[in-house]
Design a protein around this ligand. Structure first.
Ligand SMILES: Cc1cc2nc3c(=O)[nH]c(=O)nc-3n(C[C@H](O)[C@H](O)[C@H](O)COP(=O)(O)OP(=O)(O)OC[C@H]3O[C@@H](n4cnc5c(N)ncnc54)[C@H](O)[C@@H]3O)c2cc1C
Length: 488
């Protein structure tokens, strides 16, 4: 959601908040290889990806094993010191950096990056939390399998961060969110004990499913140190297309038609409004792949592990039928890997390219798929009515009902004046999503950025349950304090 400037709470580091004896004990646990003391190197851990959140900490620790993590957490629990677990630091909600007071330690999982085991017969792999997502995908590929979680930050984000944020990405439609890709977890609990739940079982009805507590908890209940992940057969056939649609209302109908026609082989369905193509044309080497100009587009991918799936022909037939039905008007089907990669780059480059429009008020909402068109139409009308000349950039994982709805400043507008409208605009956009039975945070989580919204939209019963869980699992409030849920 929000806007630059507001969270620049840069503070001076306050080392005295933690006793020097405790600091020494923590340093001794990881040894010199696990310490980040050099100021420039520390800055990378203390500032977030968007450069919106700037924290302070007397210690950046990089433990090399679960035992080291457990020892650190035990000391912090005893001394009541807050711990901020960090993966690739690509959080978009300020969840991965400490607060400004300098009284929390930063715990980076980046040295815990071993693939412990791949079991291609069980279709599972056991990995440590600090494995970069792209490396996890590669290790699966090397074993002839696929790990389907995929997002634009995959070269930097870590599997521990992905699981702790229940990351989504571009293949949720087919394979589910990160939560659905996990069979087992290893977690260091807030008292320093280790829960070894590294089971590779698809059936295990032995009481509460404890791993679900930590998935999506954003480090507020424990430190994820390893996981057993589900693997899938590697795709052997892929067909990729950019499809132009006559209206945003056509999008869910086109997706439904393609799912039916392809035997549910649709693995990606990403919406882009015309404004997205204009941004790419103006600011990147990615020109419009169509001769004619349209208003609404979908990046569609079919994948199958059947060698004889014939997805290219299937895509052509399905699209021809969609043209007849009037739910698609034009399409570019990639005829090579390079062309497919270019279409994908259009979607993946977009978050970076839109920065060229200046300041933006960003939203990451979800509504039931059938209500996505109504959300986009109503929210766009509201924004255009409220701020003259505003530029709405809507795109995202529409196949999951997830829209990145970004409201960019009018050309030449005074940034401060525009940004000052952020609270009002965000409230209304989130209200529209709520009126359509949606969520104000589809993918990015709560962090610190959306705590206020959590309190606005969750029922008192849900908030009480969340607080009760937090109190039970982390009675001293040391796990990522101030993130996800306020204690009172
Ligand atoms: C360009 C870009 C594209 C993105 N696209 C998507 C997208 O398509 N879908 C999506 O869902 N998100 C997306 N994101 C957001 C982000 O990449 C995801 O939330 C990602 O899962 C975070 O992983 P990370 O390793 O960077 O975690 P971090 O940013 O380091 O941490 C995220 C949260 O998890 C906690 N955490 C991290 N590691 C652990 C651990 N081992 N144990 C306990 N807690 C931990 C942190 O304390 C923090 O609260 C995108 C971000 C960028 C910059």
């Amino acid at each position: 959601m929000l806007y630059r400037c507001q969270y620049h709470a840069r503070a001076t580091m306050n080392d005295s908040a933690i006793s020097s004896d405790t600091l020494e004990r923590l340093r001794a646990i990881v040894g010199p290889a696990g310490l980040v003391d050099e100021p420039a190197a520390r800055a990378a851990y203390l500032n977030d990806w968007r450069d919106l959140f700037h924290g302070a900490s007397p210690l950046v620790l990089r433990p090399a094993s679960t035992a080291e993590v457990a020892a650190i957490v035990a000391v912090c629990n005893e001394a009541r010191i807050g711990i901020v677990p960090q993966g690739g630091n690509t959080s978009l909600v300020g969840g991965s950096v400490p607060g400004a007071a300098g009284d929390e330690i930063l715990l980076s999982l980046s040295r815990m990056n071993r693939v412990r085991h791949v079991d291609p017969i069980n279709y599972t792999m056991t990995v440590e939390a600090g494995c970069i997502l792209a490396e996890v995908q590669r290790a699966a590929r090397d074993a002839g399998r696929m790990f389907p979680l995929s997002l634009a930050a995959e070269g930097s984000c870590q599997i521990g961060g992905n699981l702790s944020t229940n990351a989504g990405g571009t293949a949720v439609l087919r394979y589910g969110n990160a939560r659905e890709l996990v069979l087992g977890l290893e977690v260091v609990l807030a008292d320093g004990s280790v829960w070894n739940g590294l089971r590779g079982l698809r059936k295990d009805n032995t009481g509460y499913d404890l791993k679900q507590l930590f998935l999506g908890a954003e480090g507020s209940l424990g430190v994820v140190t390893a996981a057993v992940l589900k693997l899938f057969p590697a795709p052997t056939d892929t067909a990729t297309a950019m499809v132009a649609m006559p209206s945003v209302e056509a999008a869910p109908m086109l997706l439904a038609a393609l799912r039916e026609a392809s035997g549910d082989a649709v693995s990606t369905f990403e919406y882009m409004h015309r404004a997205c193509l204009d941004i790419l044309e103006a600011h990147t080497d990615l020109g419009d792949p169509f001769d004619a100009r349209y208003e609404h587009y979908a990046l569609v991918e079919l994948t199958s592990s059947r060698p004889d799936a014939g997805l290219g022909a299937l895509m052509e037939t399905a699209l021809a039928h969609a043209f007849e039905q009037g739910i698609a008007v034009d399409a570019v089907i990639a005829s090579s890997g390079a062309q497919a990669e270019r279409l994908w780059r259009m979607r993946e480059t977009l978050p970076e390219a839109q920065k060229n429009l200046g300041a933006g008020i960003k939203h990451d909402v979800s509504v039931p798929l059938s209500k996505v068109p109504e959300f986009i139409v109503r929210a766009t009308e509201y924004c255009e009515r409220t701020v003259e000349g505003v530029r709405v950039v809507a795109f995202g994982h529409i196949g999951d009902g997830n829209v990145h709805f970004n409201v960019m400043q009018p050309v030449g507008a005074d940034v401060t004046t525009f940004i000052s409208r952020g609270g009002e605009i965000t409230s209304r956009v989130h209200d529209i999503a709520a009126e359509l039975d949606g969520s104000f945070s589809a993918e990015h989580g709560i962090g610190v950025l959306k705590i206020h919204e959590l309190e606005r939209y969750k029922s008192p019963v849900e908030l009480d349950l969340m607080r009760a869980l937090k109190r039970t699992l982390d009675p001293n409030n040391i796990m990522n304090p101030g993130k996800v849920i306020n204690q009172s």
